[in-house]
Design a protein around this ligand. Structure first.
Ligand code: MN
Length: 201
């Protein structure tokens, strides 16, 4: 199954001033599209994979033919990570719902969660992501490198921050912690709550 660039569902400037319009446009139309093109190119080499979704392939990398496993891991992961990322971004969404109760239960408070998540985001060495995942029905903060997806490790991502420089360099240059701080203003908690409700058992 071919991957396709999803619509954002909002304008590129919708997250201003926290994430700038130019970064969003380049990130969506150039970076995300490039992962998609390279993923599709790789998968086209194996007609037997036609019926598989990108989600199935990335979640089960061991079953992917070896000659394209690296491409599926990097570009399939890049496709899925960004597809999720766009949906969990929105300005001024209140922290509420079952996810609020669950985060407060797991981490103590929103402030404590924010500190731990920000620390995870700040300390990804090089390019990668920090995540809030559900792992065996337990909330955890994790990191992945490059475009590795939490789903490859059996985890369900609920919230992720892209800390590749392409996600923030135009506006924040080397100041990744400032970008992480800004990110907390544009978390779509309603969507994160929806993902949590769908994932928890
Ligand atoms: Mn990115």
């Amino acid at each position: 199954m071919k991957a396709q660039l999803p619509e954002l569902g909002y304008e590129y400037d919708a997250l201003e001033p926290y994430i700038d319009a130019k970064t969003m446009e380049i990130h969506h139309t150039k970076h995300h599209q490039a992962y998609i093109n390279k993923f599709n190119e790789a998968v086209e080499k194996h007609a037997e994979l036609d019926e598989k979704t990108p989600e199935e392939l990335v979640a089960n990398l061991d079953a992917v033919p070896e000659d394209i496993r690296g491409a599926v891991r990097n570009h399939g992961g890049g496709y899925l990570n960004h597809a999720l990322f766009w949906t969990i971004l929105k300005r001024d969404v209140p922290f509420d719902g079952d996810i609020k109760t669950a985060i407060e239960g797991a981490f103590g408070s929103l402030e404590a969660f924010k500190e731990a998540f920000s620390n995870a985001a700040a300390t990804v060495f090089g390019s990668g992501w920090a995540w809030l995942v559900l792992d065996n029905n337990e909330l955890k903060i994790t990191q992945t490198h490059n475009q590795d997806s939490p789903t490859s490790q059996g985890q369900i991502p609920l919230l992720g921050i892209d800390v590749w420089e392409h996600a923030y360099y135009l506006k924040f240059q080397n100041k990744r912690p400032d970008y992480v701080e800004a990110f907390f203003h544009v978390i779509n908690w309603e969507k994160v709550n929806e993902l949590y409700l769908a994932a928890k058992q």
